[in-house]
Ligand binder design. Structure first.
Ligand code: PLP
Length: 480
């Protein structure tokens, strides 16, 4: 964590004492969480280690303040300091991403997507417009007006990337609210290469004519050409929404530029702030001026009062991301993903799409004779924290899965480089090679149980500890 300020031990030791005086079990769990994070290889692609400044900003009295509304237009009194916080966070976001408008209130990535969807409906669906219904304000709408409004909103179409191709639940997955509030269709990836096929997306868009074309992903290990997605959206008159929750850090760090930077191409860009962007848990919406007023109605349309302490931490994280050191970090995240992918490939493992050019590596574990669930559990026993993930046309479904998703943002924050990521690949392959699928109690094949070879977990933990000790998490922080 060489580019982050170090912590002094006394601050958190004192904080834990205060917490322990009220609920010692929470203080203990907090200590244990730090110990566990320090002792494991965190390879979950959506996690990171926020800086001490970001963490501390979340633990203040801003947590106590209600501030529904927008800057200068609040439904609560005494919001002058929250106004400062929200304005600064939005300013940093606009400057960092070159966006026309930034809305920093969403509590999470899913909230940000809901805000975006409602903004698009409000902005683009004509028939519910009050004038068209002959009403001056919402209170004048009759029950029949509301019925036609509901029918019209519910008639809209959304086209997003399918979950098993790497999309997110909120991109129109049927059981998610996004798949219920819109008629949805999904685009996938090429069955041979696993890569996005823009011609196939175009053909589907022309046939389906969506109001919203969603680009972005949770588990696609490649860059997306957003200029091409814009062209497709324009050809069918769709709004282009990009969910950059996963790769916002690579955009902020100028690794994704030109056609790979969604901001100049999309109407609305949503993101989380806690993944590769390395901020507090939260969400954000960037929009063109056209959508700004609609996005601003996020609260009360789908959000409650903003989390003022988290908006403050977003401002701090965004200020960090504007430093030159963040560009080095982002480049290292991408370089380390290459090292990890090469490390797997040279040891004979199969990667979805054959490699990576972002921060994600998706390993197909079927060649080890395992499901994703078995592989995830065996790796966890060995101190390697990952998550199982579907692969395209997954034979094991969304629960057991056939893939393991790896991400480099967290260990890159700790200072891991090329050689360490090559060793990580070696350790992972060693664990999976020495894991066998288990059986059910009745003796049949099981997709969950597994048998890890003797001594493998201990050997892996020892090799990891050598690397982890060289790159301490929160150096200088010793809890008394
Ligand atoms: N969008 C994408 C692409 C994601 O990967 C995720 C998180 O996994 C989200 C949205 C949701 O973020 P959150 O968990 O903050 O609601």
């Amino acid at each position: 964590m060489s580019d982050l300020p170090s912590l002094t031990s006394s601050v958190y030791s004192q904080a834990l004492e205060v917490i322990a005086s009220v609920e010692p079990r929470i203080a203990e769990a907090t200590r244990q969480e730090l110990a566990d994070q320090r002792a494991s290889l965190k390879l979950i692609a959506s996690e990171n280690y926020a800086s001490p400044a970001v963490l501390m900003t979340m633990g203040t009295w801003f947590s106590d303040k209600y501030a529904e509304g927008t800057v200068g237009h609040r439904f609560y009194a005494a919001c002058q300091n929250v106004d400062t916080v929200e304005s600064l966070a939005a300013e940093h976001a606009r400057e960092l991403f070159g966006a026309e408008y930034a809305y920093v209130q969403p509590h999470s990535g899913i909230d940000a997507n809901l805000v975006a969807y409602w903004s698009i409906l409000a902005n683009r669906v004509e028939s519910p417009a009050l004038e068209k219904l002959g009403a001056k304000n919402v209170s004048e709408l009759t029950e029949a007006d509301w019925e036609s409004l509901r029918a019209e909103l519910g008639n809209q179409r959304l086209l997003g990337m399918s979950l098993d191709a790497g999309g997110h639940l909120t991109h129109g997955f049927r059981p998610n609210i996004s798949g219920k509030m819109f008629h949805q269709q999904q685009y996938g990836t090429d069955p041979e290469t696993g890569l996005l096929d823009y011609d196939a997306v175009r053909a589907k868009a022309k046939e389906f004519k969506p109001l919203v074309l969603v680009a972005g992903y949770s588990a696609y290990p490649r860059r997306v050409n957003f200029a091409k997605m814009r062209e497709i959206a324009d050809e069918v008159g769709a709004v282009l929404m990009v969910d950059m929750a996963h790769f916002a850090g690579l955009v902020a760090g100028k690794v994704f530029t030109g056609d790979e930077n969604p901001v100049p191409h999309a109407d609305i860009v949503t993101t989380t702030t806690h993944k590769s962007l390395r901020g507090p848990r939260g969400g954000m919406v960037l929009a063109t001026k056209e959508f700004a007023a609609d996005v601003d109605r996020g609260c009360p349309m789908v959000l409650g009062g903003p989390l003022s302490h988290v908006m403050a931490a977003k401002a701090v994280a965004l200020a960090e991301a504007r430093q030159p050191a963040f560009q080095t970090y982002a480049q290292n995240v991408a370089d380390n993903a290459q090292s990890l992918a090469e490390g797997f490939t040279k040891r004979g493992a199969r990667l979805v799409t054959g490699g990576t050019d972002n921060h994600i590596v998706l390993l197909d574990v079927t060649s080890f004779g395992l499901t994703g669930r078995q592989a995830e559990s065996a790796l966890l026993d060995a101190g390697v924290v990952t998550n199982r993930n579907s692969i395209p046309s997954d034979p094991n479904g969304a629960w057991y899965t056939s893939g393991i998703r790896f991400g480099t943002p967290a260990l890159t924050t700790r200072g891991f480089g090329h050689d360490e990521f090559d060793t990580v690949a070696e350790l992972v392959v060693d664990v999976l090679t020495n894991t066998a699928a288990g059986t059910t109690k009745a003796g049949g094949p099981s997709k969950a149980s597994y048998v890890l070879g003797d001594g493998i977990a201990e050997k892996t933990r020892a090799a990891s500890a050598e690397m982890l000790d060289k790159h301490p998490l929160y150096p200088g922080l010793e809890l008394s």
